[in-house]
Each structure stands twice: as C-alpha cells, then as structure tokens.
Unconditional design. Structure first.
Ligand SMILES: Cc1ncc(COP(=O)(O)O)c(C=O)c1O
Length: 411
C-alpha cells in the first residue's frame, strides 16, 4: 500500500509540484497553454470532437487511407497471423519478415538501394542525426525545421548552424565559414509542416555537391502527397535520389504508423549499429506494417487520390487568398492563416469550432513568436461542399473577431 504522504498535495512553495504549477500558470498567462481535444470517430472529413460534429481540417490523413477498408483488412489479417505486438526490438527477436518486406517496398518506391524502419518520424530524425553526426562534425539546419530535427541535432553533439528559412545564400555563407570539420550535413524539411512551403531543393542539392556536404531530407508531409508518383518533394523537382538520406513517415499520408529512412546500404548498416532510437526500442507491430504495405499498393494504383488532394488544396488556397491571407506557391495541402499573437490564433480556432470547423491553432514554440496561426490541412476525402463550408466559417469567424487591427484577444 502506498504511503499516505505520497498522494497528498505538497504545499511547500519550493516543491517540484509548485514549480510545475507555476510553469503551467505562466503558459496560461502567455496564451500558450495546450490541452487535448478528444476525437471520437475515425479520421474522416466529418468527425465527432468532444461530443460535437465538426469538419476536420487538421489531420495529416492526406489521402484518406487511415480508415480505408483495405488497410483495415490487411491490419486485421496481420493481427490474426502474427499477433498485436512484435515483442522486442529489431536486434533482439523483433525483426519479422513484415519489416523486411516493407523496407524492400519503401526502398523500391523511393528509388534508393536501402531502407530502415523507425518507430516514428520523431524517432527517425533523432536516431539518424544523433548517430550519423558527432563531435567534430557540423550540421546546417533550416530555421523552421521540425522539432525532431532540432532535437536530433542537439543530441548529436555536432556543431549546429541555423540558416534563415529557405535562404540558400545565408546557408552558403555559413558553409564557407565552416572549415576543419570531419563531416558536414545539410538537413531540411522538404514540405514545411507549419507553413506548407517547399525547401529550395535544386539549390540545396547544388550547394551540397559543390561544398561536399551530405544532404538529409525530411519528407514527412510530402510522401504520398508531392511528385507525380507521390514519392515526395525530391520527385517533384526530379531529384529523386539526390539526397544522401531521406526520411518519411508512415503515419501521415500512408495512413498507418511509424517511419523510415532511405539511404545507401552502408548507412543502413551504420544506423542498425548506432541509432539508439532504433536499437533500444520495440519494433513496429504487425498490423501497422501490413497496413503500410497496403497503403503503398493503393498509392500506386489510385493516383486520383493525390489529384483530388491537389484540387482541394487549390480550392482552399483560392478562398484563403480571397480573404486577404497569403498562401505560398506551389500550393500544398498545408495552409496557414497567420494571426500573429497567440491569443488571436486561439480565438480564431474557437470561432471556427463554434461554426463546426476544426483547424488547430498553432503557437510558439512550434512556430516563431508573432506568427501564431490556424493551420488547415486538406484531405483527398474533403468534398467541394466541405471546403466551401470551411471557407464560409473562416470568413465569418474573422468578421466576428473584427478588422485585423482591432481583433481583441479572447481567452
Ligand atoms: C516535418 C516532420 N517531421 C517529422 C515528424 C514526426 O513524424 P511522426 O509523427 O511519424 O513522429 C513530423 C510530425 O508531425 C513532421 O511534421
């Protein structure tokens, strides 16, 4: 039985719990307090959210595969044959033929000689960067790269230089100043997760080649979405295998869970021996592996899903621009309405919810200060009417908040 004192509140002002409470109070005061909303249905265009029906505009289920009957059937069959869990890490008893089959499929799909799976995109970025790069090396990272890249850079103990977002001149000046390092690596999101813009890949590839740097891409939001075969932004620019390492996730457009890195066979071997998020973590379970293989089948067989997603993205972008906000070119399924202050972004999010539209407010530290926003993501399963309804709700929500200069923060 637990000692009574363990469960009683600690009123000591210096206790760890009072420090935690203080930090939570500050987050509330800064309008940065986060909380969880509950989705009570599958990831479809129309969902139940905290008991209310809403249109979903913040899921990464870009192609509508997460609830696809064929993925569910594949997952069910894998559970029946191989069970729910893989039981161990890849290096112990958790390497099943399903892992190897999916890796072969992904390598072929991405046109790389080798592939290695990770438990998530977060684990992939952290694992690759922290093992491949070390003290004595240098990493050049875009200022708006995903948190998992930032954390991987920190864990690597390499020197890290941050270049201004998409600014290849700034990057080149940093590279020129960085001599005497053993390995140099440029890392970038390809489709930036918060702004929906693309990395300047042709320039980055040229820079990497000219200056003998390795290039690592994070195609998390681009796999299944960009390129004529859905291989990502590298395919969009006809630079398919130009990067040394390319990370993708299975949990977004591919409707399953987990992630992968494609690379040279020697890099795969190196990661199997050094990437701690791979070595010290239970491998992906059978149902998600089988669902991902099925997702790749559907991706190849049904390009019309990607086409429909692109049409939806164009339709939403047109409406957002008509309301006076900018959407970068080329248009992608991630589009942000930038409000500036945290409270304004959250007020817009709440106004949209009151009108039956769920697009999440995003604040620092996820985005830089003064760029808090409501981020919309599109799915191939949105109808024209869904997008019209979302735009109507956006227009009336913005009107309810008043003209930009007068929009008062509401709690
Ligand atoms: C650019 C980027 N990379 C990596 C990740 C992490 O992927 P996962 O959700 O598979 O951990 C995300 C997740 O949102 C992302 O946006």
């Amino acid at each position: 039985m637990r000692a009574q004192t363990e469960t009683q509140p600690n009123n000591n002002a210096d206790s760890p719990y009072s420090l935690i409470e203080d930090r939570l109070d500050s987050l509330r005061a800064e309008h940065r307090y986060r909380f969880l909303r509950r989705v009570e249905t599958a990831q479809e265009a129309r969902i139940m959210l905290d008991g209310e029906p809403v249109l979903l505009f913040c899921s990464n289920n870009y192609l509508g595969l997460a609830n696809h009957p064929d993925l569910k059937a594949a997952a069910r069959e894998a559970v029946d044959r191989f069970g729910c869990g893989s039981g161990a890490s890849r290096l112990i008893s958790g390497n099943m033929h399903l892992h190897e089959e999916l890796e072969e499929r992904l390598a072929r799909f991405k046109q790389y000689p080798a592939c290695i799976l990770f438990g998530s995109g977060y684990a992939a970025n952290v694992g690759v960067l922290s093992s491949l790069m070390e003290r004595g090396d240098i990493i050049f990272s875009d200022s708006l790269n995903h948190a998992s890249i930032i954390d991987g850079c920190r864990l690597s103990r390499a020197d890290v230089k941050i270049y201004r977002h998409r600014d290849t001149e700034h990057l080149e000046s940093l590279i020129r100043d960085a001599s005497g390092y053993r390995k140099r690596l440029i890392v970038t999101d390809t489709l930036f997760s918060m702004d929906g813009d693309l990395a300047p890949l042709p320039d980055l590839v040229g820079l990497a080649r000219r200056h003998d740097c390795m290039l690592m891409l994070d195609e998390a939001h681009a796999v299944g979405v960009m390129g004529s075969n859905g291989r990502g932004v590298a395919e969009h620019y006809s630079l398919d295998d130009a990067a040394d390492i390319s990370v993708g996730t299975l949990g977004k457009a591919l409707g399953s869970f987990g992630a992968f890195a494609v690379c040279r066979p020697a890099v795969r071997e190196y990661l199997v021996n050094h990437a701690r998020s791979l070595i010290y973590s239970t491998s992906l379970p059978p149902p998600v592996l089988a669902a991902a293989v099925k997702a790749l089948d559907i991706l190849e067989a049904e390009p019309e899903r990607r086409q429909r997603l692109a049409e939806n993205a164009n339709r939403l972008a047109q409406g957002i621009r008509a309301l006076g906000f900018s959407v970068p070119e080329p248009v992608t399924p991630i589009q942000s309405v930038i409000m500036g202050e945290e409270a304004k972004a959250m007020s817009l999010c709440e106004q949209l919810l009151q009108r039956g539209v769920y697009a999440q407010g995003i604040r620092p530290p996820t985005v830089p200060p003064e760029t808090s926003r409501v981020r919309f993501s599109l799915m191939a399963t949105h109808t024209d009417e869904d997008i019209r309804d979302a735009l109507d709700a956006l227009a009336s929500s913005l009107a309810a908040l008043g003209p930009p200069s007068l929009r008062r923060a509401r709690e």
